[in-house]
Design a binder for this molecule. Structure first.
Ligand code: 13P
Length: 264
């Protein structure tokens, strides 16, 4: 376990490694993966770990992982609690099947499905209302980075997503910084580049919610994380965890990432 964060001298954080399977795997493969993960992580206490399967696998996978230390997260949630929203899934439904976390504001939701900051804000509020922990994703596009707008974009996504939410409601919030240009492209942000944005995020959170809150906040990095670069990314003082896409859909490479960050 390493010292991390804003007050690096006082905060101890275990790396929090989450695999986002996106729209991949069959139920059979997902179940097999969950069983292997449960066995593979037995006795490994130095890392926190989670997976985000498809909605239709959640119930089955939560049953397999019940009682062990692996979080299961949904990949999305609707902002309304119930009603005539054909095809949508509510926070309570996700909670009821056994999930502890939910991804909110993933760049694929923002860019392919045109989700806005205010919709994302409503989703975060709804998730919190049933004690489902949001993994709130933010990140700039290549165009925005090249135009020198990274910090503006990050700040406005953060403020928009967390509008009118108080620190005491946000205890279990996780933020994932995922630069859009690094997602699924093989181009990872340089560890220093990612660290700089993480530090910027932590400072905004400190201004808004206080330094202690910011120091305890988990900020994950996501975007072409692989077994080969995981350790170097996690060695950055402001990176508390990883949100892994492509390299999380085979058990072998996901386990290699977990092993890479557990060895110091
Ligand atoms: P890749 O690891 O495939 O780049 O995806 C990252 C991501 O979107 C995780 O949520």
């Amino acid at each position: 376990m390493r010292l991390k964060g804003y007050h690096a001298e006082t905060i101890m954080k275990k790396p929090f490694i989450v695999g986002n399977w996106k729209m991949n795997l069959t139920l059979k493969q997902g179940v097999e993966f969950a069983r292997l993960l449960k066995n593979g992580l037995k006795g490994k206490r130095e890392v926190l770990c989670g997976i985000c399967p498809s909605f239709v696998f959640l119930s089955e996978i939560c049953k397999i992982l019940e009682g062990c230390n692996i979080c299961v997260a949904a990949q999305n949630v609707h902002s309304e609690t119930n009603g005539a929203y054909t095809g949508e899934v509510s926070a309570l439904m996700i909670k009821e099947v056994g999930c502890t976390h939910v991804l909110i504001g993933h760049s694929e939701r923002r860019h392919i499905f045109h989700e806005t900051d205010s919709f994302i804000n409503a989703k975060i509020k709804t998730a919190l209302s049933v004690t489902l922990k949001p993994i709130f994703c933010i990140g700039e596009t290549l165009e925005e980075r090249e135009a020198g707008r990274t910090k503006d974009v990050i700040q406005s996504q953060l403020k928009g997503g967390l509008r009118d939410i108080h620190a005491d409601q946000l205890e279990e919030l996780v933020i994932a910084y995922e630069p859009v240009w690094a997602i699924g492209t093989g181009k990872t942000a340089l560890p220093g580049q990612a660290n700089e944005v993480h530090s910027f995020i932590r400072n905004i959170v400190a201004d808004e919610y206080g330094k202690d809150f910011a120091a305890n906040l988990y900020i994950q990095y996501g975007g072409s994380v692989k077994p080969e670069n995981a350790k170097e990314l996690m060695a950055q003082p402001e990176i508390d965890g990883l949100l892994v896409g492509g390299a999380s859909i085979t058990f072998e490479s996901f386990l290699k990432i977990i092993e890479a960050v557990s060895k110091d």
